[in-house]
Design a protein around this ligand. Structure first.
Ligand code: HEM
Ligand code: HEM
Length: 159
């Protein structure tokens, strides 16, 4: 089992906690639900990393085969889940800015803005990897952008 399963699970619980608190304390909360939907799509795709590292390290052959089959079945959806995450997060950002204005001294807005730029480059690197250049350098870039995305989202949840 990869440590990333645990980390992703913890980030998911944190997101649910923040969303529940946000919804119960705001009169309008469509923007929060959009943020949550985009987050769910991101964490679904990022769990591919946890599955791949488990496959690489698993002792048990049966488990490896089971995980590899599962990841193959999900593979065709990966690109669309990632692209939808970006679109929904842009709607989240738009709804937030309609509500509060584009105020980068607000840490929640600043960190969200940085995370969404990261998500944009992550999605771009995915399409580049799929359509133009699947070499190891682009693969590493795609994974590193996933890690920075994870960190930026965690920082977005702090504020
Ligand atoms: C342009 C980019 C973004 C902006 C301006 C932004 C801004 C905000 C703001 C101001 C809130 C608080 C809403 C409130 O309390 O009324 C919020 C909540 C939230 N955002 Fe973002 N955000 C952005 C990007 C992202 C990204 C990239 C993610 C994750 C993939 C995300 C996920 C969430 C979630 C799940 C919430 C609800 C939970 C919480 O309040 O912590 N947002 N966002
Ligand atoms: C939320 C956005 C995304 C995240 C978090 C994400 C994450 C990942 C992860 C963790 C892997 C497996 C890493 C490895 O190679 O060991 C992967 C593979 C891959 N991703 Fe993404 N990705 C995202 C969006 C996209 C998009 C939009 C595309 C567009 C085509 C894409 C294309 C690929 C390709 C071609 C692979 C390698 C083949 C495969 O194993 O499916 N990704 N991605």
């Amino acid at each position: 089992m990869s440590i990333w399963f645990l980390l992703n699970g913890m980030l998911l619980i944190w997101a649910i906690w923040n969303v529940a608190f946000g919804i119960s304390s705001h009169a309008s909360y469509i923007h929060i639900l959009l943020g949550f939907a985009g987050f769910l799509l991101f964490i679904f795709n990022w769990t591919r990393n946890a599955v791949f590292s488990t496959i690489r390290n698993a002792e048990n052959r049966q488990n490896r085969i089971r995980l590899a089959r599962m990841s193959k079945r999900i593979r065709p959806y990966h690109r669309w889940v990632g692209t939808s995450a970006l679109i929904i997060i842009l709607l989240h950002g738009w709804a937030v800015i309609e509500l509060y204005g584009f105020n980068l001294t607000n840490m929640k807005i600043l960190t969200g803005f940085l995370a969404s730029i990261n998500l944009f480059v992550l999605v771009l690197s995915g399409w580049y990897r799929l359509l133009i250049d699947p070499r190891i350098r682009v693969r590493k870039l795609h994974i590193r952008l996933g890690i920075t995305m994870f960190i930026l989202v965690a920082i977005h949840f702090i504020f």
